[in-house]
Design a binder for this molecule. Structure first.
Ligand SMILES: Cc1cc2nc3c(=O)[nH]c(=O)nc-3n(C[C@H](O)[C@H](O)[C@H](O)COP(=O)(O)OP(=O)(O)OC[C@H]3O[C@@H](n4cnc5c(N)ncnc54)[C@H](O)[C@@H]3O)c2cc1C
Length: 465
């Protein structure tokens, strides 16, 4: 066996990185480390990371620009890889989801032809042809975002959180990061993790705020979403179309309908491919223009050539809606997820279109790698700048390729859902084959292996120093 390096005794042996064993259960009892981590942004990624750091007894403060943690009341689903990452972060993260999620019957996610259903037919009795089914892990689940966030927040002590702290810039002084907030206040940290979403300030601090900073671009996909009370949905389309999650596909658009039993409603999410440019967003104060007010009539018009089930669902949406321009980082990716003592996680790093239902899940994987590598840094005998930079470099190396793959793959899935590829048309076998393959790249990812590789790479980096 090779001799132990000076670092090795402070890092977990690779083969023992197992979050369900007793060692991991007691990891948080060894006393706090001097390392100070600043998490910027308390969306799902920042909150999950906070719980993961608490479990590993790594010091952090979470800065959120709003005066509370809020999420929309619309639905979210986590893919099987994300569930494994959530369990490994801290079983309470996964439990926060499972406890409040609706579990679909049969475990399948079903995609139907939402276009060729008999025109003028009664959606209560007509059927949409099944195009394909995806078997999702131990079953497809979904919950309301706000319910999941409410559960996560329960695990974070209030003294770890600073609300109304809108990060403005990051400077450096004597080897530490100096955070400046909009209210003029300042804070210090050894490591800054940007979980501050698609228009990340941390990303600007890393790569420059002018043209040099990679910015999310319009993906030419528009989203409309809302909840339809279950009694209305049942009365209009019947039980077979409301008991399970369905993707209704067709040319130029698609509609997802997901039952949320907790709120006794159907989550309806309608997407339209848009050839027009989105009005330019010039300044930070202009950012509300990613979401514009829309009306139900606009959605109904977009799906007027679809079958009666789709038409009925969109006609049940609330009269006044929001129209979301979906932006992603395909065309201008962040060159790296880390720079010096700063790094990016979640949408700040790799905002994606939602077509594989996996953006937040990728944030869970990010949070797991970060929690592990930051715990390894915190366990070192002294805080060493080189080790911090190496740790964040390993994090980026572990995450960058997979996340950029997801961003590209999710765009491709939109093409397949909307029958845009002339080679495929609406050939269900071809579409199923490719989507199945892409889904399994995502779902079957070895999250335990990811953690082991992270620690191994970090050890190698330390040995080189
Ligand atoms: C229509 C749609 C459907 C989706 N469905 C799914 C799905 O089913 N499954 C899935 O896995 N993903 C899904 N996604 C993707 C998912 O919503 C995102 O990946 C996820 O919400 C990103 O979380 P985040 O915490 O990284 O960022 P955000 O949710 O954007 O959170 C960022 C946080 O940072 C705060 N913040 C921002 N700037 C600052 C600042 N300067 N200072 C301090 N705080 C700041 C914000 O207030 C916010 O709390 C979907 C996306 C869309 C658009």
């Amino acid at each position: 066996m090779a001799a132990m390096t000076q670092w090795e005794s402070f890092l977990p042996p690779i083969e023992q990185v197992d979050y369900y064993d007793e060692m991991a259960e007691t990891q948080g009892e060894s006393g706090s480390s001097p390392l100070e981590v600043a998490i910027i942004g308390g969306g799902m990624t920042g909150l999950a990371l906070a719980v993961g750091l608490l479990k590993r007894d790594v010091n952090f403060t979470l800065y959120e620009r709003a005066d509370n943690f809020g999420e929309l009341g619309v639905g979210i689903h986590f893919t099987p890889n994300a569930e494994r990452a959530m369990a490994a972060l801290d079983p309470r993260v996964l439990q926060s989801y499972v406890d409040i999620a609706t579990h679909a019957e049969g475990g399948f996610l079903t995609f139907v032809d939402g276009f060729h259903e008999g025109k003028g037919a009664d959606p209560l009795t007509s059927t949409e042809e099944t195009m394909f089914q995806l078997h999702v892990g131990d079953g497809y689940k979904a919950c309301r975002r706000c319910d999941f966030v409410d559960q996560l927040v329960k695990h974070i002590p209030p003294e770890k959180v600073r609300y109304q702290k809108w990060l403005q810039s990051i400077g450096a002084q004597e080897g530490r990061s100096i955070l400046t907030f909009r209210d003029g206040s300042k804070a210090q940290a050894d490591i800054v993790v940007g979980c501050d979403g698609i228009r990340s300030k941390v990303r600007e601090a890393m790569f420059g705020s002018a043209n040099s900073c990679p910015k999310a671009q319009y993906s030419h996909q528009l989203g409309f979403r809302g909840l339809v009370p279950m009694d209305k949905a049942l009365a209009a389309v019947g039980p077979s179309k409301t008991s399970n999650a369905l993707g209704h596909l067709g040319p130029g658009g698609f509609v997802l309908t997901i039952p949320l039993s907790g709120v006794n409603a159907m989550h309806v999410e309608a997407f339209v491919m848009d050839s027009q440019p989105w009005p330019e967003i010039k300044s930070e104060s202009d950012t509300q223009r990613y979401v514009l007010p829309a009306t139900r009539d606009e959605v109904v018009a977009s799906f007027k050539d679809f079958g009666p089930t789709v038409q009925t669902y969109v006609s049940l949406l609330p009269e006044k809606l929001d129209k979301w321009a979906v932006f992603d980082m395909l065309d201008a990716p962040a060159p790296s997820f880390s720079k010096a003592r700063m790094c990016l996680a979640g949408d700040a790093a790799h905002a994606s279109t939602p077509n594989q239902g996996a953006g937040a899940g990728a944030g869970m994987e990010d949070a797991l790698v970060l929690a592990e590598v930051l715990a390894a840094v915190a366990n070192l005998p002294h805080l060493d700048e080189g080790a911090v930079i190496a740790a964040l470099g390993v994090y980026s190396e572990m995450r960058h390729e997979r996340c950029q793959w997801l961003v590209a793959s999710s765009r491709r899935v939109a093409e397949l859902f909307t029958w845009k590829d002339p080679q495929y048309g609406h050939n269900k076998d071809k579409i199923r084959c490719e989507i199945e393959e892409r889904s399994h790249v995502l779902w079957d990812y070895d999250t335990d292996g990811m953690v082991k590789e992270t620690i191994a790479k970090f050890k190698t980096e330390l040995e080189r120093m």
